[in-house]
Design a protein around this ligand. Structure first.
Ligand code: NAP
Length: 258
């Protein structure tokens, strides 16, 4: 008979999780959810004040949170950053929530604009995760790496082509890491959020026509709550998902199915 006294499968048991973009929006909800599940969080974002505010919210709720102010688009600095973060405690998992959007027709995108989106959304997750995995492999420690993708990890909505390229790339990245690192006990998965009210979608959702078009396609008839992404992350970071790797988990109220 199952005992209710068993520890929860979703208990992160003090695991140290790095959350990029953990200062606001979806990443902040992810940081809070991790702390509630008993994990210790290191938040990475450029705006140190906003990151400290997120950390304070976690600490006031009884959790553990640290802050590293950094631009993840500075690819060459990521290994040293991971080294510094690891000095406080070895890293057990990482959630890549830092991301940027660029709404512009593909034919008008300049090379530096395209590359900036790839640097933050795609190249940073690659080099941050490999820096973390290198240390996990060296110390023979398991790990879970979670990439925040998008509906555009599965489809290509118009007017945001660099974003589509980056978010589709994350699916390939998780697949490649999952097969290469499985023998080391390291898993890699993507979460595909639908629509959530954050700074990133503020302008889009403020437009009545866009808002109604989006709401009209969501079978659940509501935007996502950021905690929906937090809970999905906790699942993928925890042992509850120990046989899940290389997959894309859509958290979209049924949008892609409709
Ligand atoms: P948001 O509110 O704009 O938050 C973005 C976060 O990323 C902030 O913490 C920001 O902090 C950080 N960030 C951005 N560029 C960074 C950089 N170069 N270096 C370090 N940190 C950086 O966006 P969100 O809506 O929460 O989005 C979070 C993730 O979910 C993104 O990957 C996004 O593509 C994805 N997503 C969102 C939705 C949605 O409906 N909101 C849907 C699908 C996917 P700083 O500005 O201080 O650096």
């Amino acid at each position: 008979m199952t005992s209710l006294a068993q520890p929860s499968l979703f208990d992160l048991g003090g695991a140290h999780i790095v959350v990029t973009g953990g200062s606001r929006g979806l990443g902040r909800a992810v940081s809070l959810a991790i702390a509630r599940a008993g994990g210790a969080v290191t938040i990475i974002a450029r705006n140190a004040e906003q990151a400290r505010d997120a950390a304070l919210e976690i600490e006031q709720a009884g959790g553990i949170a640290r802050v590293r102010a950094a631009d993840v688009g500075e690819i060459g600095a990521l290994d040293a950053l991971v080294g510094e973060i690891s000095e406080a405690a070895p890293i057990d998992g990482v959630v890549h929530a830092a991301g940027i959007q660029l709404r512009k027709p593909a034919v008008e995108i300049a090379p530096d604009e395209f590359l900036r989106v790839q640097n933050v959304n795609l190249h940073a997750p690659y080099f941050l995760s490999t820096a973390v995995a290198r240390r996990q492999i060296d110390s023979e420690s398991p790990g879970s790496h979670v990439f925040i993708g998008s509906l555009n990890s599965s489809i290509g909505l118009p007017g945001i082509s660099p974003y589509v390229v980056s978010k589709t790339g994350l699916v390939g990245m998780a697949r490649a890491f999952s097969t290469e690192w499985a023998r080391h006990g390291i898993r890699a998965n993507v979460i595909g959020p639908g629509y959530f009210a954050t700074e990133m979608t503020e302008g889009l959702l403020a437009n009545r026509a866009d808002h109604d078009r989006i709401m009209g396609r969501i079978p659940m008839r509501r935007l996502g709550d950021p905690s929906d992404i937090g809970n999905a992350c906790v699942y993928l970071l925890s042992t509850a998902s120990q046989y899940v790797s290389g997959t894309l988990l859509n958290v979209d109220g049924g949008w892609l199915a409709s």
